[in-house]
Design a protein around this ligand. Structure first.
Ligand code: FNR
Length: 386
């Protein structure tokens, strides 16, 4: 592989490249999960519990992969999940990711905790985009985001509901990448070994939560008071009534991100959402939560055929997406895979990840004798028990 993202053959190789390129605390922030990281591991290994059962002697000389996600055309059933603090991983940050997504015809998700202003993102690229929103204590702040997203031309909203408090990320505690950072000598050495990085960058530009920073201008504080402000804005008393309110305010494609059960999926739709993202936040919140792929069938059965059901977490191969769709998902979403690509090589690195996953998806369909994404059926996947 010799350190070049273009030569990486799979997501695992790009992960190794990212590990080499980033100071260890930053890599661990991407790579890690909560507590014992059981859900983090399970999200990936659960896919291995499903076998692909191929058809043969179908004409697979042309494969149709197009679908619709958040009401937007998507070249194949994959979207890029929202991730915060992206500028920590590469200076080109969200824009590099969004541009690569658009080139591949995929929907991009921007996080509230992103480091690019939503207006700047929308200005720089006209691909399909959704904004990941929270219901803050200050409902006015949430309403303000809704208005800004509408004005900027975002196509959908994803409401994240699995973060009433931050998960317990022990790798970050060990490295000292906490808020505020309390780096150990070992972590500082790791930064020193990566000259493109400087410690002041940690508390400066790279940590600028551009979408919310205007809120603290008046407080005349540094980045830490911004974090204090945001931390204090998470509201543990959010309920379904707030979802109803948000659905009315937005009146467009809205997915509830972090739904795990058929009951909550049904409730999401009844409350005005148009879809759900089955997610345990990539194993970063409630450790021990089930793998999203294992919940797809029950969730799809609960909501019926119409709503978007997006399987979020653990996708590392195009074949994983085929399995998720066979179980009833509309699409899958990825977080870490594109962040590994970004860290490994900026926009070219994200491009590489998306190229690899696209090729894998198409090759899997071809080998499984399926020539149209709409023809992927339940019989194409079988759960192994052993
Ligand atoms: C995330 N995720 C996330 N989700 C969200 O709703 N808002 C956010 O700001 C973030 N930030 C974030 C940062 C980093 C570094 C990671 C790795 C993840 C979760 C993300 O949207 C998605 O649910 C998971 O990443 C999916 O799992 P995989 O693909 O990483 O296995």
């Amino acid at each position: 592989m010799k350190g070049r993202p273009e030569r990486a053959n799979n997501v695992a190789a790009l992960r190794l490249l990212a590990r080499r390129r980033l100071p260890r605390p930053i890599f661990d922030y991407i790579d890690g999960g909560a507590d014992d990281e059981r859900s983090l591991r399970r999200n990936e290994t659960a896919f291995a519990d499903y076998e692909l059962v191929p058809d043969v002697l179908n004409d697979v000389s042309a494969i149709r992969t197009g679908t619709t996600v958040f009401g937007q055309p998507s070249r194949w059933p994959l979207m890029l999940a929202p991730t915060g603090l992206t500028r920590m991983f590469h200076d080109h940050a969200e824009l590099a990711v969004a541009r690569a997504a658009a080139r591949h015809g995929l929907v991009y998700g921007l996080s509230t905790m992103g480091t690019t202003r939503l207006e700047d993102l929308a200005h720089a690229f006209d691909g399909p985009k959704v904004f990941q929103i929270y219901i803050f204590k200050d409902r006015g702040l949430t309403a303000e985001f809704v208005a800004r997203c509408r004005e900027a031309g975002f196509h959908g909203l994803a409401l994240t509901v699995d973060t009433p408090v931050a998960g317990n990320r022990e790798r970050d505690r060990v490295s000292g990448l906490s808020l505020p950072p309390r780096l150990t000598w070992r972590s500082m050495l790791s930064f020193a070994l990566h000259p493109s990085w400087s410690l002041p960058a940690l508390t400066g530009k790279k940590f600028d939560l551009a979408n919310v920073s205007h809120k603290i201008d008046a407080l005349a504080g540094g980045p830490m008071s911004l974090f204090d402000y945001i931390g204090g804005q998470f509201d543990r008393s959010v309920t379904w009534r707030d979802v109803e309110w948000l659905a009315r305010e937005w009146n467009g494609p809205l997915a509830i991100k972090g739904v795990m059960t058929p009951e909550d999926a049904r409730r999401s739709i009844a409350s005005g959402a148009t879809g759900v993202m089955i997610s345990n936040h990539g194993g970063r919140q409630l450790d021990g939560a089930p793998a999203p792929v294992d919940q797809i069938e029950a969730v799809r059965e609960a909501v019926g055929g119409g709503p978007d059901v997006i399987c979020d977490g653990g996708v590392r191969r195009g074949s994983d997406a085929v399995k998720a769709i066979a179980l009833g998902a509309t699409a899958c979403s990825i977080g870490r895979p594109y962040l590994y690509g970004l860290a490994a090589g900026g926009e070219a690195g994200v491009d590489r990840v998306l190229t690899l996953l696209t090729e894998e998806f198409e090759r899997t369909l071809t080998l499984a004798g399926i020539n149209d994404v709409a023809a992927i059926a339940r019989r194409h996947v079988r759960r192994r028990f052993n």
